[in-house]
Design a protein around this ligand. Sequence first.
Ligand code: ADP
Length: 468
Amino acid sequence: MATFTFRPTVAQSPSSLPSGSNVALGGEVLLLDAVWFTRIRWFVALTLLCLGALGILIPEATATRFGLVLPRLWPFALATLLALLNLITLRWLRRIRSGPEMLAVVPNIWFQIASDLVVLSALTTLMGPTGTPIGFAFLFHIVLACIFFGRRDSFLVALLSAGLFLGAVAASECALIPRSSILTSGPTTVAAGVIQAVFTVFVMFVVWYLTSSISDAVRLRDFELDGANARLRQADEDKNQQMLRTTHDLKAPFSGIEGNIHVLRHLHWDSLPEEVQAIIEKIEMRSGTLRSRIGEILTLGRLRSGSTSEVSEMLIVLKTLLCDVIEELAGLATEQGVTVAVAGDDISARCDPGQLKILFMNLISNAISYSKPGGRVEVDVRDRDEGCLLVVTDHGIGISPEAVPHIFEDFYRSQEAAKFNPKSTGLGLAIVRQIGQNLNATIKVQSEVGKGTSFTVCLPTPTQAGAG
Ligand code: ADP
């Protein structure tokens, strides 16, 4: 049995074009990055704990043999401080996420970077600002700031890093605090320290310049693509409107043709030769097919255009709506020799009755049209945890497994279907898909060639709809 499920997609909000040179990442992406940042901090805290544990476990003499002075206390103190800062950050992020509207993430990231830099300068002082490569650890925050923020803000982070690092070097070199190092060789000479400090700061600004330039160029390109995407969507909408106007203009000529056929049928039919009657009947049939195609194109266009994709919700008794649809399709069912039955729970749902009716008009008329004479179509309503399930089942020609993934596409008609139902337009399920999208409903198809087809529409309960 071939199966396919159409799930409504979540609409993306268009982003606006950037102004100036301080182009930052969007809120959603920043929030994910902020959470990722906290994970790295747990890892650093763990590394500090391991360093402290090594200081306790490894005898001093062994460490000295490797040229190291392993610390015992301060790694635990710094790890605890980092863990506390991380807990505060995570609480803050949780508040941002559950806020009525997503609050700004930028202050949180600033807090993370600033507190990290303070902890890092303490670590630098304790490990030895000169004589060890610890100063390069500041590069990590500079690179991250270039990714998260625009140029101006990332430059501020680079300045802060350089300032804190130079502060640690100055405090240590000017003996404002006791000079310390994890190397037995101890701190370097003042001159070597100054050269190392200048070189480290130089590298910090070179890395800032390169990373922020690349990151700015990538982000600007991203925004340009966003803008191009918005323009394409607008052009598509304009084209849709133009097509709707043109299609609408076609309605009048077809009404004229049908009006004239009506006159011929009622006033001159008996005086017409049989061959002429046959030609007129063909014209009537073709014009009827074209009129229904025009109607479907207009319905689809209206459903897709921004204004009418809005849903006007009200509480409706689902079985009553389905019975109305079946009554309207009674003529088609009689013509095809098919019976239609409704069963299931008496439930109500909050939904747009107009759109839901169009959806079931299409599903049930398909089920009738693709049933064999004497066939039966069953419509079932079920109340389930995942929402209200409405199932339309027929025992007709079925759909081949290759065709199933394409049936919701505009103007798609399988070859067997086109032969079986010459009036088909290939737009019915495109309308169903659009309504599914508008109503946030999932639509599942199960079909077996020669045995029949079943369409299951899952209408979300109000809470699910809100969450989606
Ligand atoms: P149309 O029925 O006018 O061709 P639709 O968009 O409603 O257009 O359906 C697209 C295609 O999906 C049909 O051409 C047919 O191949 C297939 N299809 C839809 N519903 C059924 C059904 N109940 N049984 C068999 N095939 C179906």
